[in-house]
Design a protein around this ligand. Sequence first.
Ligand code: GTP
Ligand code: MG
Length: 368
Amino acid sequence: MAKVRIYQLAKELGMTNEELLEILDNMGVEYKSHASTLEDETAAAVKELIGEQRLAEEAKKAEEARKAIPHRAPVVVIMGHVDHGKTSLLDYLRKSRIAEKEAGGITQHVGAFEVKVASSSGTAGTVVFIDTPGHEAFTSIRERGAKVADIAVIVIAADDGVMPQTREAIAHAKAAGAKLIFAANKIDLPQANLDKVYQDLMREGIVPVAYGGDAEVLPISAKTGQGVQDLLETILITAELEDLRADPNAEAVGVVIESRVDKQAGVLASLLVQQGTLRVGDYVVAGEHWGKIRAMTDSEGARRNQTGPSTAVQVLGFSELPSAGTTFEWVPDQVAAKEITEERRLEREASAAAPEVNRPRNIADLLR
Ligand code: GTP
Ligand code: MG
């Protein structure tokens, strides 16, 4: 093969002769002019260098684009063994949230609620809690494969320690890639034993911060509220490390977290928006069902015209019940909504005719 001339290589690499000559100067390559030929090894070295530079530039641009996307609030699910205090913790969080509001408006069950966290240490922000304890939420959502929660708070009663469903919760949350935070609950009880909780966790291969590891274990009381602020701040710090972001300008995408039929209103669906902004008037598809959003209500009971990432709203506009756990997405119009859902229905019918593959489903599906 003929040796390549500098101007030929410049053209091949999409750069000017001057740019290439400068690179050759920096490499200490000697030449007479841009018409000089290059040794094969030199040409290969130049190509490699340019390739690396371009990759680095692309990575930098991708990183800049990512950084331009705003942060979003973490979505948290509460899990743990029977009677360890999941519902009590949710109730406490809900109450403290309501108490903060001066007007104390009527709250609405939309499947998730927000807690605003103020703090002296500079950690301030919003945390979104899925409104039902993990196993209940999972039971209704497990049929589908949506990822809902970023963080799982594993509640462990400090008078009891790690129990079978604690292990189950840990396993599922881990498998789903959610970050784990442990709440050693009922710390107000005289028989509460924080060290036992630590030791039990060690036996599960989880090393608490107190023992030099990286697992956050926060002593709390869902009854008195002791430690709950620390738990909220730890959630925010964990979320910050996760660098959760979502583009509010994207097309709305999210998960159906609940749905039911109201005798008067008709089909009510609770949607968690994960990306983009959902607006009244938008068309969305969820599995084989579609809807045109006619009205939206937030967890404070307020009517909304639009809602962004990491918020949950109850919407009117589906004609049939979309299943909990189904992902939903924005579509441009009714034609698209009808065609997409019809396609899915036909696909399901076709695969139903084929022999069924029975895949095990579990609560990890919710988080995945
Ligand atoms: P299941 O939904 O049945 O799995 O239970 P759960 O995890 O939701 O527990 P729940 O919140 O219902 O609490 C179980 C019992 O523990 C209730 O009697 C609560 O009042 C009590 N409890 C929960 N948290 C605390 C706490 O921090 N301190 C004390 N003393 N009791 C608590
Ligand atoms: Mg409960």
